[in-house]
Design a protein around this ligand. Structure first.
Ligand code: NAP
Length: 292
């Protein structure tokens, strides 16, 4: 076994981290630290402040220092791809990497954001997405990963509505071979809400400190519908509060954060992630009771 990229699993010393700029605000070290402890693994998950000009050196250092893997966050998710040896299809689909796995010096990039979201949605709100009609509000980076993962669940329709209609159509076009998918402007939303099973807000509308804002008029939301919001600050957005009043099942953004990290931990360790402890740790940190 070489010094670089050694299989830390067999040695019990697991070096992990998260690269970003800035990084001090990241909750990943707290969550992953709690997970390592719960699994009884010795090692560390550390915040790594890496500026864009040092990204190439930092990726090489994963090999040199024998890190088993790292998460990658803003602003490096796209730029990091050129420094990796391999890209998993999850990263190719999304065009961004949030997780790197080091196998004996060979670095593979994954994207666990979209699959993390879908695992959370299925675990917490909608166990079977087959045949469902899904409205995705927003067409940014998060929407891309989510749409890619949703299409694997064989929904009847994924409709993307965005403020910038062209961006929604481009996103839909790029996945048109993978299922029934269309893009539109926000003007279509009132007319289609009644026929949707699931609505997912992937925009930042409603996020702290603009907590009174909502991405859509909730008047069209109906009983039995699932309303999901990627935002986790606050844990419960105004959109979710209004949805609850109308008899909808609601799903917040905390689960996505937990499960994107859970997948990463599982890729690094081969062990099932302690998701309940990870969720509780973050919910405690945010000072609120964990949601479903
Ligand atoms: P992004 O790439 O910048 O995309 C932002 C999206 O929001 C675009 O569709 C944009 O529409 C729309 N938008 C922004 N401001 C708007 C406004 N005032 N009115 C209407 N639409 C607006 O951002 P992202 O990376 O996809 O992140 C989006 C959200 O997801 C953020 O709130 C982020 O916190 C959340 N998120 C959560 C998790 C999690 O773990 N729970 C993970 C990733 C992201 P245009 O195209 O028209 O500009």
């Amino acid at each position: 076994m070489t010094e670089t990229g050694r299989n830390t699993q067999s040695h019990g010393e697991l070096l992990l981290g998260v690269m970003g700029d800035p990084i001090a605000q990241s909750k990943s070290p707290l969550m992953q630290g709690a997970a390592l402890q719960a699994l009884g693994l010795s090692g560390a998950y550390v915040p790594l402040h890496i500026t864009p000009d040092k990204l190439g050196d930092a990726v090489q250092a994963i090999r040199t220092l024998g890190f088993r893997g790292v998460n990658v966050t803003i602003p490096h998710k796209v730029a990091v791809m050129e420094y990796l040896d391999r890209l998993d299809s999850s990263a190719v689909d999304v065009g961004a990497v949030n997780t790197i796995v080091n196998d004996k010096g060979i670095l593979t990039g994954f994207n666990t954001d979209g699959i993390g979201y879908v695992r959370s949605l299925k675990a917490e709100a909608a166990p079977d997405l087959t045949g469902t009609r899904i409205l995705v509000i927003g067409a940014g980076g998060a929407a891309r990963g989510i749409v890619s993962a949703l299409l694997k669940e064989q929904p009847a329709l994924v409709l993307i509505a965005n403020r910038n209609e062209e961006r929604a159509c481009q996103l839909a076009d790029s996945f048109s071979s993978r299922g029934s998918i269309a893009g539109a402007g926000m003007d279509v939303v009132p007319g289609v809400l009644g026929s949707m099973d699931i609505v997912i807000n992937t925009t930042s509308v409603g996020m702290y400190p603009h907590m009174e804002d909502m991405p859509i008029d909730p008047a069209g939301l109906h009983e039995g519908m699932i309303v999901s919001d990627l935002i986790y600050n606050p844990l419960h957005t105004r959109l979710l509060t209004e949805s609850l009043k109308r008899g909808c099942t609601v799903h917040g953004g905390l689960g996505m954060f937990v499960y994107q990290g859970a997948y990463a931990l599982e890729y690094w360790t081969g062990l099932e992630a302690p998701t309940a402890i990870m969720r509780q740790t973050i919910a405690d940190c945010l000072g609120q009771v964990p949601g479903k």
